[in-house]
Design a protein. Structure first.
Length: 277
């Protein structure tokens, strides 16, 4: 009797494994065909999945955070040809709060740190394809060396579809700081950017992407209306406004293949372990 029960249990486990594998294969097939379907009631309730891309440097450096100008051009052309429409952080917030609707296939393109190559290399390509983007700049680094953007460059880009927001004052991981130091990083960067750019700074990207719910509360206290992480995933109605997901774009052995896969399989990454919190 025991052996019969043991055999039945083994067969059941095998069947469950096969079914799980088939489910994954079907999901991949649907996405390869360009069709994205809700996998659960929660997916339906949380609405459309919104892509937020995260770049750093657009240059020829052999570094994980660097994407060459030629490949960045290819990626932007791909998005344009596939019918993606670029949006701003304000557009995204308004949609999440139910105040406005987004265009079809929305994508928010973001850059972290505020490197000079964002102006020299990325900006002309974005203008060529008539695309919006957002740069989260380290306020204390602006104009301090040739590696970083200047105030004049920031003001020019703002006149041509680029949104400038905060990446703190000194790019120190906030989890390493005291509450008062965190408040200073959040407040001083906001004030300095507002002073030089002449408009409210509403959004922040956490340096190195590290945060917790207490830091998120301090960002809200400092007057930010939303905050971005480097947590992999889609933004939807289930997202925390102060812990918004992004899809990072890195230099790899095959950067374009990696880019395609990140766009195509991001719902699977989230389904199999990358949960919202």
């Amino acid at each position: 009797m025991y052996m019969v029960w043991k055999k039945a249990l083994a067969e059941r486990r095998l069947l469950l494994g096969v079914l799980a594998g088939l489910s994954l294969m079907l999901a991949v097939c649907f996405m390869e065909a360009g069709e994205l379907h809700a996998e659960s009631t929660t997916d339906v309730e949380n609405g459309p999945k919104i892509l937020v891309l995260n770049y750093h440097k657009i240059d020829e450096a052999f570094h994980p955070l660097s994407v060459s100008p030629a490949l960045f051009d290819e990626q932007m052309r791909f998005l344009k040809e596939q019918g993606y429409h670029t949006i701003s952080p304000q557009d995204l917030q308004a949609a999440l709060e139910g105040e406005d609707r987004l265009p079809s296939n929305p994508v928010l393109i973001t850059f972290d740190d505020g490197y000079a190559d964002n102006y020299a290399n990325a900006y002309p390509i974005l203008k060529q394809y008539d695309m919006k983007a957002t740069i989260f700049v380290v306020a204390g680094f602006v104009g301090k060396s040739e590696r970083y953007l200047t105030w004049e460059q920031l003001r020019e880009m703002e006149q041509n579809g680029i949104t400038i927001e905060s990446h703190t004052m000194n790019h120190i991981p906030l989890e390493e700081l005291t509450d008062e130091q965190i408040r200073t990083e959040l407040r001083d960067s906001k004030q300095l950017l507002e002073e030089h750019l002449g408009h409210p700074i509403q959004y922040i990207a956490y340096p190195t992407g590290t945060y917790n719910l207490h830091i998120a509360a301090l960002a809200k206290e400092a007057g930010y209306e939303a905050a971005y992480t480097i947590k992999y995933g889609n933004v939807d109605l289930g997202s925390n406004l102060y812990a918004l997901e992004r899809t990072p774009v890195f230099h790899t052995e095959n950067t374009m293949q990696s880019f395609y896969e990140r766009l195509r399989y991001r719902p699977l990454f989230e389904e199999f372990g990358w949960r919202k919190r």
